[in-house]
Ligand binder design. Structure first.
Ligand SMILES: Nc1ncnc2c1ncn2[C@@H]1O[C@H](COP(=O)(O)OP(=O)(O)OP(=O)(O)O)[C@@H](O)[C@H]1O
Ligand SMILES: [Mg+2]
Length: 374
């Protein structure tokens, strides 16, 4: 076999046996990689500890068996093992990534390098194969991708809601105002030129006017639920106060707002995430808590921004299995995690609920703590 060995390998004992023994020991000591040789036919010729650990076979069980045993049925049907050996022969080396099968039938995601080995007469003596188990790394990559996708989807949704809220407010809202003014003009004209026939229409005009008022309130509410324009125009504190005020009005539950007057200015992702957490917490209180009083606190001490929503309602068992179709609490936690923050839920039956969302300000934003607010 033609292998260039560094001088340090020869040491004091210069015999080939000693060298081969050192190689064997070295290869056996490697636990994280399966390192083994294949005959030119593709049958396993040697086996190291790493190979046993990753694939599950002892040397006795595997030496002499064809290496296609490590491939999935689909890959075998597709001729992948033979194709890889062929590519290694043509190019000297081939790298591949894909599913491989352990002795117990379970699959792992493998990175494989196959190198063709030739003797001094350029005759093929076999293939050196190095396999790494990348299952865990792949799982982490997938998790990271899922997080990124979910953040992108949320961002796109938030933008779409912002666009819809603006259109509802600026377009439909303005048209309703114009309609109401036109109607008021008609009412005045009718009153001024009132004949008996005309006067008969006045009550129905009054009804239409009242309906336009209701429609205006509904449009504002739908727009605010989609995305409160206050959040973009005046910041988180204003949006929270307005939402709390609306909540009191709609549900008859007292909301005490305790908002730190020295809050640093937050960037859009942070203020949107905190607003959405408060919005879902209040929605949950309205739907599940039967509470009398809610306190909504926002503090910005040092580098930590803390939002706390506490209610004195029914509370619930936080250890009970979540309903598969319940996304509110999961969504809150996901939003916080995406920004490197945390969400904790304190609740017990009969003891009310407290939701605490915390974000750590990045260093660049922390500087603004000392600057006057815009
Ligand atoms: N403030 C609260 N008081 C009492 N129970 C609550 C409160 N907040 C949440 N819960 C309980 O926790 C469960 C999960 O809440 P979550 O917001 O995840 O789902 P949901 O509100 O049921 O549905 P959705 O997906 O529409 O939000 C609720 O079904 C309810 O039983
Ligand atoms: Mg909910």
């Amino acid at each position: 076999m033609q292998t260039a060995k560094p001088a340090s390998w020869y040491g004091r004992n210069n015999s080939n046996i000693a060298i081969e023994e050192r190689y064997r020991l070295l290869i056996d000591a490697v636990h994280d990689y399966a390192i083994f040789m294949l005959e030119p036919t593709g049958c396993v010729a040697s086996w190291n500890q790493g190979a046993q650990r990753i694939k599950g076979y002892t040397p006795d069980e595997i030496v002499g068996q064809h290496f296609s045993l490590f491939y999935t049925a689909e890959d075998i049907a597709d001729g992948r093992p033979a194709r890889l050996l062929d590519a290694a022969m043509r190019r000297g080396r081939v790298e591949d990534e894909g599913w491989r099968v352990r002795k117990d039938g379970s699959r792992f995601w493998a990175n494989v390098i196959i190198t063709a080995v030739y003797d001094e007469h350029a005759a093929l003596v076999g293939f050196a194969k190095i396999t790494r188990d990348l299952t865990e790394r792949r799982r982490l990559d997938e998790l990271e991708r899922a997080h990124m996708t979910s953040a992108l989807v949320q961002h796109a949704r938030e933008n779409e809601q912002k666009r819809l809220a603006r259109e509802l407010h600026d377009d439909l809202g303005q048209r309703l105002v114009a309609l109401k003014m036109a109607l008021a003009r008609h009412q005045t004209e009718l009153l001024e030129t009132s004949t008996e026939a005309h006067s008969a229409h006045l009550p129905s005009l009054g009804e239409i006017s009242a309906q336009i008022d209701e429609l205006t309130v509904s449009v504002r509410r739908i727009a605010a639920d989609l995305r409160p324009l206050l959040l973009d125009d005046f910041g988180l504190e204003a949006a929270l106060e307005s939402m709390a005020h609306d909540f009191e009005h709609r549900h008859g539950v007292t909301v005490q707002c305790d908002l730190d007057p020295h809050m640093p200015q937050l960037d859009e992702p942070a203020s949107t995430a905190l607003f959405r957490v408060a919005q879902e917490a209040l929605t949950n209180i309205a739907r599940h808590a039967r509470a009398h009083t809610v306190t909504l606190g926002l503090t910005g001490h040092g580098a930590i921004i803390r939002l706390k929503i506490r209610d004195d309602g029914t509370g619930f068992d936080t250890h009970a299995a979540a309903r598969p179709d319940a996304f509110g609490l999961t969504g809150m936690r996901e939003r916080m995690l995406q920004l490197g923050g945390t969400l904790s839920i304190e609740s017990a039956p009969g003891a009310g609920t407290a939701i605490v969302a915390e974000l750590r300000l990045p260093a660049a934003q922390r500087v603004r703590l000392t600057e006057p607010r815009a």
